[in-house]
Design a protein around this ligand. Structure first.
Ligand code: ZN
Length: 277
């Protein structure tokens, strides 16, 4: 499969270099993708990007602008059946781009507030869409371990994984807002108030359909230079690899590794040698 990895610029709270090193290594490890890398903002020109040459586009960017023709081409690419992967702060990007916000379902920060759409969270009674509560979009508490709870265990991205496992120290995004149309929540996690969280069961892994396109959105994976605890988590690694394949094709052929141990008692970690661009 052909993948386009777009990176090169993010906000001052994150490290695109760190994230791209690990994500590119994970794509290579899967053996499924031939990857082109596009580094922004140097590569932002009026020259078109041939998105349609790719099965999937992975965005590891924030605080960067795209020229209008890129946006138009990208919307058409996804609408016609392209694949898109959004991890962690990539859902902070492009707050003013309406179609992008449709594609990602929910977003945070970037001055997003009520007009971005309702809050969405999970309760035992089901999915809550909150149009009433005012406030900004995007929140996280301290970086602590938290349990991932599957809500759609038969979805191809997670089929065969345990219903729960412990994720490593990470920012648990909450209070995201967005149109959330054609969205399916695959996993949630509880954001504890005593560590500065929202007190809600927040969506952490979800998919969105935009036209014929498939979007895999996972809020896990905070990075800073030299800090990448979340990316060592075996669950994160499998979600990224399997979610990217699903976004590209609608199927997942990767096997769950034999002897995989994911539990709620301690996080399962595995170092990956980052790929140097
Ligand atoms: Zn972060």
């Amino acid at each position: 499969m052909e993948a386009l990895y777009i990176t090169g610029h993010t906000d001052r709270y994150h490290s695109w270099e760190t994230m791209s090193g690990y994500q590119l290594a994970l794509l290579e490890e899967s053996g499924l993708f031939r990857v082109d890398t596009l580094l922004l903002p140097a590569a932002v020109t009026e020259e078109p990007v041939n998105f349609s040459a790719y099965d999937v586009v992975i965005l590891n960017i924030n605080d960067v602008q795209w020229p209008s023709p890129w946006k138009n081409d990208f919307e058409e690419y996804i609408h016609r059946g392209g694949g898109l992967v959004i991890m962690h702060e990539a859902d902070n990007a492009f707050p003013e781009w309406e179609a992008f916000n449709e594609m990602i379902g929910l977003g945070g920060w970037g001055n997003r507030a009520e007009e971005a759409g309702p809050y969405h969270y999970w309760t035992k009674a089901g999915w809550v869409t909150d149009n009433q509560t005012p406030g900004s979009a995007g929140h996280h508490g301290e970086r602590i371990p938290f349990v991932i709870n599957l809500r759609q265990p038969d979805h191809p991205i997670v089929k065969g994984l345990p219903m729960q496992w412990l994720h490593t120290n990470d920012e648990l995004y909450g209070n995201l807002r967005g149109p959330a149309r054609h969205m399916e929540v695959i996993a949630t996690a509880f954001s504890e108030e005593q560590s500065g969280g929202t007190g809600k069961e927040e969506p952490v892994v979800f998919t969105i359909r935009y036209g014929e396109g498939r979007i895999f959105h996972c809020v896990l994976g905070h990075t800073m230079p030299g800090y990448y605890d979340a990316l060592k988590n075996r669950g994160y690694q499998l979600l990224f690899q399997r979610g990217t394949e699903w976004a590209a094709t609608g199927h997942v052929t990767q096997k769950i590794p034999a002897g995989l141990q994911l539990s709620t008692s301690s996080p399962t970690l595995r170092e990956v040698k980052p790929q140097v661009r």
